[in-house]
Design a protein around this ligand. Structure first.
Ligand SMILES: *[C@@H]1O[C@H](CO)[C@@H](O)[C@H](O)[C@H]1NC(C)=O
Length: 360
């Protein structure tokens, strides 16, 4: 059992681009996952019926709301980009487990895990069809799939990664709902809230499989759209997303969480970023900011900044004991020290991020 899992968009991106492009000729030559055998992401009516059976439920069959704001369009595009990546991931994970690839032979629990993953895969397919369908209804381009690469080669790390990106989604859909509500798109809040519940059920399963307590914290960590947008790109082959440029969100520079196996205690955490990305050498003008639960973002100064080759390596206090920082923490490096009232205010001032820290 791993007591904490640390991933950062930077590390993921670094590992992903270092992978050979043809890892398994029979499944994803050249990192191309789509179209799936069932026609996804453009299934026929019959194929949609089959996906619904696999998902244990249907697409919402009521009419879409009468209008959609420009911010609402961005919300749906981000959801679509995320769901496509998730479907690629679960499709490959199911392949690996089904074929008992090295590192994916589960023994006990094999049937139950596959049955759950198969439902999750189809449920994510329906989330995508719902988001892209709404975009089309409002005369917007549906989001097209990218090429992907995942930095995992065994079941436990695949599930830990799923648990981490699902936590980011659980935080980001809070932001999406708030933006819908603010822009008069309240007609979409109910359906997205139902998706938050579905993703949280998945998260409970991932936590169980990691032998973590099933429920992580009373108020799940929030996020902002730009952080999810950046994190998803850590799994895409650079330049392979046909219309990601139609999504007007920010991509941050990579922030690596260098410390591993972070324990639930107040301590200093080590980070690094590329010196050339900072736009300054006045390290005191930057801050480390942590987003955890529904609390006001926590601002800390960079300690012992040290230029090592092209990288700046530094530490920052992680005040676990004061704030009981269980579950996901999103770290960012901002220009200035705030104070920041919300995750969106952090995204506004962030240069580097998101560093993703998971504590049991
Ligand atoms: C599936 O297994 C292959 C080969 O080990 C690996 O490259 C890939 O990242 C794995 N995918 C997932 C989602 O576990």
């Amino acid at each position: 059992m791993r007591s904490s899992i640390i991933y950062s968009a930077a590390l993921l991106a670094g590992v992903a681009s270092a992978l050979p492009t043809n890892k398994r000729g029979d499944f994803s030559p050249d990192n191309v996952y789509f179209p799936l055998a069932n026609g996804f992401p453009n299934p026929s009516q019959d194929q949609i019926m089959a996906i619904q059976k696999q998902a244990d439920g249907t697409l919402p069959n009521g009419p879409p709301p009468p209008t959609l704001s420009p911010e609402g369009v961005t919300n749906l595009k981000l959801i679509a980009l995320n769901e496509l990546f998730e479907v690629a991931f679960y499709t490959e994970l199911i392949y690996n487990v089904t074929n008992k690839l090295h590192g994916y032979d589960l023994g006990y629990g094999h049937e139950y895990v596959l049955d759950t993953l198969t439902a999750i895969q189809a449920q994510e397919e329906l989330h995508l069809l719902n988001a892209n369908g709404a975009l089309q209804h409002f005369n917007q381009e549906p989001i097209q799939p990218c090429k992907y690469s995942f930095p995992v080669t065994d079941f436990q790390s695949a599930i830990a990664l799923a648990g981490t990106f699902t936590d980011v989604v659980l935080g980001t859909l809070q932001d999406v709902n708030q933006i819908f509500a603010k822009n008069g798109d309240d007609g979409l809040v109910r359906a997205v809230s139902s998706v938050i519940g579905n993703e949280a059920e998945q998260e409970g399963f991932f936590r169980l499989v990691q032998k973590k307590r099933a429920s992580s914290q009373p108020f799940l960590t929030t996020s902002a759209r730009d952080f999810a947008f950046t994190a998803i790109q850590g799994f895409t082959v650079p330049g392979s997303c046909p219309n990601i440029n139609t999504i007007p969100l920010k991509t941050f520079k990579p922030l690596a969480v260098v410390s591993q196996n972070i324990q639930p205690a107040t301590q200093n955490i080590k980070f690094s970023f590329a010196k050339a990305d900072a736009g300054t050498e006045d390290w005191a003008s930057l801050s480390v900011v942590y987003i955890n639960q529904q609390n006001v973002p926590i601002v800390k100064s960079l300690q012992n900044p040290n230029v090592e080759g092209d990288m700046v390596v530094f530490e920052a206090q992680f005040p676990f004991d004061e704030f009981l920082m269980h579950g996901l923490t999103i770290a960012a490096v901002t220009k200035g020290s705030g104070p920041f009232a919300s995750a969106d205010a952090v995204a506004e001032a962030a240069i580097f991020g998101p560093g993703l820290i998971e504590i049991d």
